[in-house]
Design a protein around this ligand. Structure first.
Ligand code: PMP
Length: 416
């Protein structure tokens, strides 16, 4: 009966945020949640987003309504979202179908559900380590697909384990298996494949007919350049389903897909703005897939939320706002890059030996610090510095006023 329902632990990231909020220490530092904070440690509403909010205020647009979107979401939004990730030259030529989702999580979820029902992969391969929700989403949305991991990280030299990754796919992956790929700014390691490595992977996916599932939650955050951060996705799209169709005898994979989040790059975390894009080979009709995606959406959310999509659409379709947004993105990416260097310098200065260069070389919002679970616990209990048990630190919590305090705390737990 319901009395016997087992109690599950709260998700670590959310539990950590709650603990941090309840901590009364004035010097406390949150390096837990993957959200951007400004130099004062506060949430940052992007100036481009603020401008749109002014434009669509009750005062400016008293007749703006709050009707339902269609099941697939806002069409202008979907077109702009697709162009943003695939580029304006590749996107219109693709054989694509898109729906609006509850941010990146919803896109991952509906994608897993759809593929489990209609592609019937034997396995889904998830990087080890990864954003922990990947495992949960596939467990819940696609219980019949066997989850496997591919090695991603060499702890010994803090490098990408590309050989292990490729060897695992070569050995264990079979046709139509799904492989979840972080489009850029890998969470939690901050390590991305090089272009040459992505090219190698695209060939492997083509030869073995594997289905690439790109999770794009940080476009603009890795390099500060929207096109560069979409390079891997665009390369796969071009190689697998690009301009020249594969000759019949050389049939490629059944498709690829993209789960796109606007939470981080627009600072619209709570508005839940995202999209799911499915790209099929040029000769495969998309109408069946589209109708199934609509049905899954109808059953789950009926139709997606309006407000965030309205903001993103307004920014992306207006030249001036768009250029302001690109500056906003650059500001976030550069501030994080800047504190990487500061923190490295302060820690190395205190410890005298040992390199913390990985703080600077890793990319995106996070650093995979290499701190052990015991050290992470001590950081929290003794110093009120909060990060994930696996040693992942969200670097936007660092700023010029607390960097010395954090470096002091890290040095203490490392020396202890
Ligand atoms: N994928 C990855 C790798 C992430 O890090 C995140 C955010 N933490 C997401 C997807 C989705 O986040 P959201 O649902 O807020 O868009």
């Amino acid at each position: 009966g319901l009395a016997d329902v087992p109690v599950l632990p709260l998700d670590e990231a959310f539990a950590l945020t709650a603990e941090f909020k309840a901590d009364g220490c004035a010097q406390k530092v949150s390096l837990g949640a993957g959200v951007y904070r400004d130099e004062q440690g506060d949430p940052w509403v992007l100036p481009s987003v603020k401008k749109v909010r002014q434009q669509i205020s009750l005062h400016q647009t008293p007749n703006l309504d709050h009707e339902y979107l269609p099941i697939q979401g806002s069409e202008p939004f979907l077109k702009l979202a697709r162009d943003l990730i695939l580029g304006e030259s590749l996107s219109p030529k693709g054989n694509l179908t898109s729906i609006q989702t509850i941010s990146g999580t919803g896109a991952n979820h509906v994608g897993a559900q759809f593929l489990a029902r209609h592609l019937h992969p034997k396995h889904v391969f998830i990087s080890d380590p990864t954003w922990s929700n990947h495992h949960l989403i596939w467990t819940i949305a696609a219980p019949n697909v066997t989850r496997k991991t591919y090695p991603y990280y060499n702890a010994a030299d803090r490098s990408l384990d590309f050989e292990g990754w490729v060897a695992t796919l070569e050995r264990e992956a079979v046709e139509n298996d799904v492989v979840v790929l972080h489009a850029c700014a890998h969470n939690p390691t901050g390590l991305d494949p090089t272009h040459a490595q992505w090219k190698f992977l695209a060939e492997l996916f083509r030869r073995k007919k594997l289905f690439a599932f790109f999770d794009s939650a940080y476009q603009g955050f890795a390099t500060g350049d929207l096109d560069l951060d979409a390079w891997a996705v665009r390369h796969f799209q071009e190689v697998l389903f690009g301009l020249e169709e594969c000759p019949d005898h050389e049939e490629g994979p059944s498709g690829l897909c993209i789960a796109q989040s606007f939470a981080k790059n627009f600072g619209l975390y709570g508005e839940r703005v995202g999209a799911f894009h499915l790209s099929l080979p040029p000769s495969t009709p998309t109408s069946g897939a589209y109708s199934q995606l609509l049905q899954l959406t109808r059953a789950e959310i009926s139709n997606p939320p309006l407000f965030g999509a309205r903001i993103v659409t307004t920014v992306l379709s207006n030249l001036e706002l768009r250029s302001q947004w690109e500056q906003d993105l650059l500001e976030m990416a550069s501030r994080v890059r800047n504190v990487r260097g500061l923190l490295r310098k302060e820690i190395e200065h205190r410890l005298g030996s040992g390199s913390w260069s990985h703080l600077e070389s890793q990319t995106g919002m996070f650093s995979y610090t290499g701190l052990s679970e015991a050290q992470v616990l001590r950081l929290k209990n003794m110093h009120h510095v909060y990060l994930m048990r696996n040693g992942r630190a969200s670097l936007s919590g660092v700023n010029e006023s607390n960097v010395k305090y954090i470096a002091e705390a890290v040095s203490e737990v490392v020396s202890n």
